[in-house]
Design a protein around this ligand. Sequence first.
Ligand code: CA
Length: 337
Amino acid sequence: MQRFIFIIIIWTSSVQAQYLNNPSFEGRPTTAVPPSEWIVYGQASSPDTQPGSWQVSKEASHGNSYISMVARGYSIIDSYLWEACFQEFRQPLLSNQTYHYSIDLAFDPHFTADTFSFNNPIQLRVYGLSATMEKELLWTSGKVAHTEWQSYFFELTPTQLTNYLLLEAYYLEMPKYNGNILIDNLQYYPEGYPEEPIFVEEDTVVQSAYYFSVNQDGQIDSINSRSVKNRRTMTFSANEITFTVWDNQSFDGDTISLFLDNKCVLEKHLLTKEKHSFTLQLDSTSANRLTLYAHNVGKIPPNTISLLVSDGTTKKRLVLSSYLTSCSAVDIVIEEE
Ligand SMILES: [Ca+2]
C-alpha cells in the first residue's frame, strides 16, 4: 500500500509540475506593472504590460497583451540594473527531469522610456529557483533582434527541486547598455514537442512581409535584408523536381520556410526527423534558386536541414544551414536532353 501511494504522488506532481498561471501574460496594458501572477524580481524597475507604453505598439503574439522588460545602461533611474519577474510553479519541477516549453520573443527598436532610447537587442535568461531562492540558469535565448514574433523552443532540466520560474532580461555583452525584449505565449508541452507544425494560425501579415532584392542576373540575393550566402549548384535533366526535407541533427525546434526564387513553397515548417516531400515544376530556361529562410535557430544554431533533390532518375543530397541574419541557397539548373 505504501508503494501505491508513493507512485500516485510522483504521477500527480509530474503532471502538474510544469504549469504556470497566465502564461500568455494577459492583463490591462499598464506601465511599470507586470501581467497578473508575474512578480517583480530584483532591484530594478518593474516590467510592463504591453502594448501601449514606451512607444511600443506591437500586437500581442497570443491573446491581447504581453510583457516587456529592459536592461539598463546609464538611465534616468536604476542605471545598470536589468528587469526580471518570476512565478511559482503549481508543483515544483523535479531535478534531472526534462520539461519542454516554447516562448514567443521579439524586439522593438522604438522602445523609449523617460527620453532614453532602449533601441538595442538583449536576450532572455530563464532560471529555476529553489524553495530557498537558489538560482540555477536553465536556458538563454541568445540575441533577440527581430521585430516580428518568433517562437523559441527550449527544455528545462533542473538539477535541483525547482519551485519558481524566473524570466530575466539580460545584456548580450558588456559594458551594460539600454535594450529591450518583448515576451509572450509561454507554452508547455507535456508530451514533448509536437511532430507537426504548430503554427496553426494563418498570419497573413507575416506571409506578405517577405521582401526580396535581386542581383544583376535577376536572382534573389536577399530576403528581408538577409543576404543569400553559401550558394551551390545542382544540375538535373528533367524539370519536375521532388524536394524532401528533414531535420539534419537532433530535433531542436528549427522552423523554416523555403523559397523558389521569390515564391514561398514551404511556409513555417517545423523540422522533425520525419521527411516532408513536395514536387515542383522548375524553369528549364534559367537557374532556379531554392533559398532556406530560418524563422529561429532552435537550441543549437544554425538552423540546418537535410535536403534531397530528385528528378525521378537522379537523386542528390545536401545540407543547408541558415542563421537569422543570412540565408543559404541552392541553384538548380535543368539541362533537358
Ligand atoms: Ca498574450
